[in-house]
Design a protein around this ligand. Structure first.
Ligand SMILES: [Zn+2]
Length: 464
């Protein structure tokens, strides 16, 4: 009996014997790059990490952005299968770049995953090109210095960043390609649930034909879906598969590289996409291991079609239904927009109304049914604050329970480091009490004379 217990314990302790995805998910904190915790980091930040990589990695500068920033190719392993992963060709889509830094730390660790690493190392040569658009990243914007969307430059090749990707793909004749992007938080699965992750084995022609290589990419895509679906049930969709003749993913598939797109979307209040970063970490490593062991071949190509699809309907940040106010009953949807700080490292998030009326067909991350509540505008605090630090010394809970939602702070908004729960103005608050398209009203929801909920700056707060 004792021997049997010992054997069972031994087998379960081996990651290869258990579920690799679960083991990676549970041990993620051992490997995550701790210096980056938000979406808004820069080229310098990742170069500092890449410069410290050990002897298991080869680092080569393979290109230069318009403004002179280095585009580096980092290579691990020496197997016969070339796998190329590039991220952030859109400068403000940073999730997977962070995940790649985490994967580096996992690859250079020496622990119970060694058998998995050895298999990967000997079976594939794993190439990474993180932050393909460092100029866009410096201003937290999608396009490159010239205002060109690099992902529409696969044929004309007018950007040095796009030319670099093309040259590297061609020189490796990569067997596998990973095109790593972010999508908006509004993207949905079937119009109903947030698309936390979208996946795609892009089409290489308008007919969406399936040749052997695209079939392989479909198998691996379904394999990846299976690795993370338990963490975000119902929140993975197949991205729009219309052939885009100018895009890199579609063309790289066409050029003979089995290509997979990952889009990191929205999850609950994970504004900085740190949880989605972790899911990418799990997907990238399990996918590499699957390529190394060819385990994806067990997945029928047809099973790819079982993955739900992204939908037309947008997921709103917040929907409050049955708001009885200004003589009408309306549902009100809020979204948020970000105002960049001068160095683009911080931002101030502002809520605003994006839809109102009968919203029974819409869905949101957060919601409240306001039926039976009295609705009143929030109060503007009498004192004017010189800066956000002064305001931060105040007790937010107490202010909320007294109905204060709006504050005047004379300091520039963009020097804030975080979005704040209140509605903040730089001058005397103008019409913070009207429900109108584009507006940002502060609303108190009362029952029996007591405030139960507050909406301030597009966010819902429950008052205990
Ligand atoms: Zn993108």
């Amino acid at each position: 009996m004792k021997l049997l217990h010992f054997l069972l314990a031994f087998l379960m302790a081996l990651p290869g014997m258990g579920q690799l995805n679960t083991e990676l998910f549970n041990s993620y904190e051992n490997y995550s790059e701790k210096s980056i915790t938000t979406r808004r980091f820069k080229h310098d930040d990742i170069m500092a990490i890449i410069d410290k990589l050990g002897k298991d990695f080869k680092v080569n500068q393979v290109g230069t952005s318009v403004e002179g920033r280095a585009i580096k190719l980092i290579t691990y392993g020496n197997g016969p299968i070339n796998v190329l992963m590039w991220s952030q060709m859109h400068g403000d889509e940073t999730t997977a770049t962070r995940s790649i830094m985490d994967v580096f730390h996992w690859l250079e660790a020496d622990d119970e995953f060694n058998a998995i690493r050895t298999k990967i190392k000997s079976s594939i040569t794993w190439h990474f090109m993180p932050m393909l658009n460092p100029d866009g990243a410096s201003r937290f914007t999608r396009r490159n210095h010239y205002g060109i969307d690099i992902n529409r430059d696969a044929i004309h090749l007018q950007t040095p960043e796009g030319r670099t990707l093309k040259r590297v793909r061609d020189s490796l004749n990569a067997d596998w390609g990973y095109n790593l992007h972010d999508q908006g938080r509004g993207t949905s699965v079937e119009g109903v649930r947030p698309a936390t992750i979208s996946l795609l084995a892009p089409a290489y022609d308008a007919k969406k034909s399936i040749n052997e290589k695209r079939g392989d990419a479909m198998q691996l895509t379904k394999f990846m879906f299976d690795q993370i679906t338990k963490y975000i049930p119902g929140q993975i969709g197949i991205y729009d598969d219309t052939f885009e003749p100018r895009a890199f993913g579609d063309n790289i598939q066409k050029w003979g590289t089995r290509t997979i797109l990952i889009e990191s979307g929205g999850y609950q209040d994970d504004w900085e996409k740190q949880y989605i970063r972790k899911l990418n970490f799990v997907m990238l490593i399990t996918a590499a291991h699957s390529i190394a062991t060819k385990s994806y071949e067990k997945t029928p190509v047809a099973d790819y079609q079982k993955i739900p699809r992204n939908g037309q309907g947008r997921i709103r940040e917040l929907i409050v239904t049955n708001v009885q106010y200004e003589g009408l009953i309306r549902d009100v949807a809020f979204d948020r927009t970000e105002r960049d700080s001068e160095d683009y490292r911080n931002y101030y998030a502002r809520g605003y109304i994006t839809d109102l009326g009968d919203l029974q067909t819409s869905n949101a991350y957060f919601s409240l049914d306001a039926k039976g509540y009295d609705v009143a505008p929030g109060k503007v605090y009498e004192k004017v604050f010189n800066n956000i630090k002064e305001l931060e010394t105040m007790d937010a809970t107490k202010l909320f329970s007294n109905g204060y939602t709006d504050f005047i702070v004379t300091e520039r908004f963009d020097s804030f480091t975080i979005s704040y729960p209140f509605n903040i103005h730089q001058e005397k608050a103008a019409s913070n009490d009207k429900i109108q398209m584009g507006g940002n009203p502060s609303l108190l929801f009362r029952k029996d004379g007591k405030i139960k909920y507050i909406v301030a700056n597009g966010q819902l707060h429950k008052i205990e």
